[in-house]
Design a protein around this ligand. Structure first.
Ligand code: 5AD
Ligand code: SF4
Length: 495
């Protein structure tokens, strides 16, 4: 089919031009100061409540979607704690509920709306409760309208690049202002200096850039997270260094396309340079990064990784489809040959690397032949693991307007075949690890079986073993005794 008419709609080009004109992306330091002033006022109020009642007001955050959202939620909770709230893991008996939403697939949006629906009862019992919805879902006009009309008990709503405004909105609402609706207005700036409350004491996220300029034709991200903007190198290095000094063992650099890091800054300093600089910092830790777009995964980056001391031998490189026709329609800007050339070079430089990928099944116009190209691609690429998704039409994207949507049952059947093949490949790749000793970062008792401990290899594979509480948050050596499709198991080799 001819996909050209669907690609490059006018709206995205206008946004891009506007962005190029407004190149200063840092949120003004005075604005951040103003938010800190609101945080102090909120803290005084919450402390007074504590003095009077003997109980602290509590805050709960629920995060849906990607690691960037996890990182954003750690900042939301950081601000809440600064404002005198006590974090809690349950939405009941809280004074503040924050739902950080995702828009990438319909399923994530439905989940967010259903959870918000449940909070109606929590609010009915506790009228003092303030409900905040933020994240990617709320930037879309139809969702914004929906929430305004159908969820009248939602107090505050703002988009993902306006999280720094939480204190101001909260204060105003507390003081009796009307409901607040502040979706992103295409400012899409970078806010530095916000407090953060990290979920873990040994795994951490560091955002290096926000937004995306790629406009893959199925993807909502560029519309809801705006254009690419990199954090300043000094800010990233300082945050990273402080994490290493605090004893963090696994630090993941985040961006929708980390390979574009620095392109918007006007300096001759790219993501490979950043990795090389961070790698110089002394300490016992590993660096992960995600996500890389195959069109810009350079040899320079792969060489830096291969020569580094701390960068984990793990490359996540989303292929999306093995059919060149579909890749073109997806606006991915590479074909399978280019992709596999990159993958082969990664393996040549790092033979023990773990390779993972994302695959979408059922993109509009995908024929049985196209799908078989994807299966053939999996056989050739031999990924250790894949994250596979059934295509979900996103309003406003070019792919959603394509008139050749694949029927749901066909997508579901292809999806099953994809999983079956990948499970075989994952099993074979795990089997090769039997008898080897791997360095594993210990996470503590496994969620599924609290009698065993769980950890992850540097490639992100789950390993089960008998551990002790002192092992949590530390690297341990595990002799792999058994491989399964989704996990490895073995025993600790104590020195
Ligand atoms: N439908 C299904 N999967 C999608 N992804 C992004 N947009 C969609 C969509 N509309 C997948 C891609 C991406 C991952 C984060 O989510 O595979 O790499
Ligand atoms: Fe979406 Fe493509 Fe950007 Fe990834 S690179 S966020 S899939 S538009």
């Amino acid at each position: 089919m001819n996909y050209c008419a669907y690609l490059y709609p006018k709206r995205e080009k206008e946004g891009y031009i506007r962005f190029m004109i407004e190149r200063d992306r840092a949120v003004d330091a005075r604005e951040i100061e103003k938010q800190k002033e609101y945080m102090r006022k909120m803290r005084d109020q919450n402390d007074a409540h504590f003095a009077e009642s003997g109980t602290r007001r509590r805050a709960f955050v629920l995060t849906l979607g990607c690691q960037q959202n996890e990182a954003d939620s750690e900042r939301l909770m950081g601000m809440a704690v600064e404002m005198g709230y006590e974090p809690t893991d349950t939405p009941e008996e809280t004074s503040l509920i924050m739902v950080n939403t995702c828009a990438i697939r319909e399923h994530a949006e439905k989940r967010a709306l259903s959870l918000v629906g449940q909070y109606k009862h929590v609010k009915a019992k506790n009228p003092e409760l303030i409900i905040v919805i933020c994240g990617c879902m709320v930037v879309q006009e139809h969702r914004l309208r929906d929430i305004k009309m159908r969820y009248p008990y939602v107090d505050i709503l703002f988009g993902p690049s306006l999280i720094y405004k939480l204190p101001e909105h909260l204060w105003n609402r507390r003081c009796g202002s009307r409901r607040v609706f502040d979706p992103d207005d295409c400012e899409y700036r970078v806010a530095e200096g916000l407090p953060v409350r990290r979920e873990s004491s040994y795994r951490a996220w560091v955002s290096v850039m926000y937004g995306c300029n790629n406009f893959c034709s199925y993807c909502i991200v560029p519309y809801v997270r705006g254009r690419e903007r990199s954090r300043r190198r000094e800010e990233v290095v300082a945050e990273f260094r402080s994490l290493v000094e605090a004893g963090y063992k696994d630090i993941t650099l985040l961006g929708q396309n980390v390979n574009s890091y620095g392109k918007d800054s006007g300096f001759d300093y790219d993501f490979a340079d950043l990795l090389a600089e961070l790698d110089q910092i002394e300490g016992d830790y590993q660096i992960h990064f995600m996500t890389s777009h195959p069109k810009d995964a350079t040899r320079k980056l792969i060489d830096v990784m291969a020569d580094s001391k701390h960068v984990a031998r793990h490359f996540h490189l989303p292929l999306q489809s093995g059919s060149d026709a579909i890749l073109r329609a997806m606006n991915r800007k590479y074909d399978f040959q280019k992709y596999i050339g990159t993958l082969d070079y990664i393996r040549e430089r790092m033979p023990d690397v773990t390779l993972t990928s994302d695959i979408i099944v059922g993109f509009p116009g995908e024929t049985e032949e196209d799908f078989e190209c994807t299966l053939a691609a999996l056989r050739r690429a031999r990924f250790d693991m894949i994250f596979s998704f059934q295509y979900s039409a996103r309003e406003g994207t070019p792919a959603a307007k394509m008139d050749c949507q694949v029927p749901k049952e066909v997508v579901a059947e292809r999806f099953e075949r994809l999983l079956a093949l990948q499970n075989e490949i994952s099993y074979e790749s795990n089997k090769k690890l039997e008898g080897k000793t791997l360095r594993v970062l210990c996470d503590g008792p496994s969620k599924n079986n609290p009698d065993t401990f769980s950890g992850r290899t540097e490639g992100g594979k789950i390993v089960l073993f008998e551990g002790e509480s002192e092992d949590v948050g530390k690297f341990v050596d595990i002799l792999i005794e058994r491989a399964d499709t989704f996990a490895l198991s073995g025993k600790i080799i104590r020195k």
